[in-house]
Design a protein around this ligand. Sequence first.
Ligand code: PEP
Ligand code: MN
Length: 338
Amino acid sequence: MIVAMQEKATEEQIDFVIDAMVDAGVGVHRTTGASQTILAGVGPTASVDLSKFELLPGVLHVHRISSPYKLAGRGFRPEGTIVEFRNGVKVGNERIAVMAGPCSVESHDQIFETAARVKAAGGSFLRGGAFKPRSSPYAFQGMGISGLELMREAADAHGLLVVSEVMEISQIESMLPYVDLLQVGARNMQNFNLLRELGQVRKPVLLKRGIAATIEELLLSAEYILSGGNYDVILCERGIRTYETSTRNTMDISAIPVVKKYSHLPIIADPSHGTGRRDMVAPMAKAAVAAGADAIIVEVHPNADKAASDAAQTLYLDQFDKLMGELRVIATAIGRTM
Ligand code: PEP
Ligand code: MN
């Protein structure tokens, strides 16, 4: 950590800050410049609350040099993490994976038709919510376990993996027989009790970025899961809330290279929730692949206009086919496959 003192800081103020750093277990290296004193702290600074130092008299600013997350940081596995699934599908290698399906599982015909088309187009995961986090308590809340049963059957019939959202600790156990990838939704990114519990599970977790979360907060949330011993975590950029209203969220494409720089975990992109509009999904999916995303997760539905949730952002199956062809061209251009 670095503490930069104000130009007019007195010797007493500087000594007070040094004592506070030493009390926090940090070794201090002082540089006294012509006009300003800089205090460099080394040691267990990850656990130090920096804001405490910012408020001390005479301090100009304080910043961290080492990251507050250790297991999620790139340095822990410089070569990058590849998450491997039971059928050999991998996320995080040169092959870009595709996860597609409806926002919510609604019926046998809906999910079977979708699974057939996702497989035919080259997808490897069937997505679909059975427990739905809806903004309104009056909106469709999902089919629950019977939805997961349908999804599992449809996925198995077509050799696909299943990704579905877990909303609370009590659902984990009952979901395990049906899902291959447990999705933590944006609204639960900082549900730390849920994250800790998922650290105990031996099944991959898809952690979506919260609607107002910084990338550092996303990586700290991943750290909760990793610190429990579950290293199979995949991160997902799904748009953040900004002052822009022309899209549902603002798709933060730059999060992809930023996460790649700071973390070894695979990062995938969700242009459906990232834009909220089906006419914007393909351009953002293409941008995400070009930017280095390890997979794309998109909402598709055989009768997209009538989808029980997120209809406006759901692709028609023909649109999905076309998008897959375009993504392949981009993947090839950047030296990857699909
Ligand atoms: C979803 O995938 O349907 C979903 C609710 O996503 P998010 O948590 O990103 O809003
Ligand atoms: Mn959705």
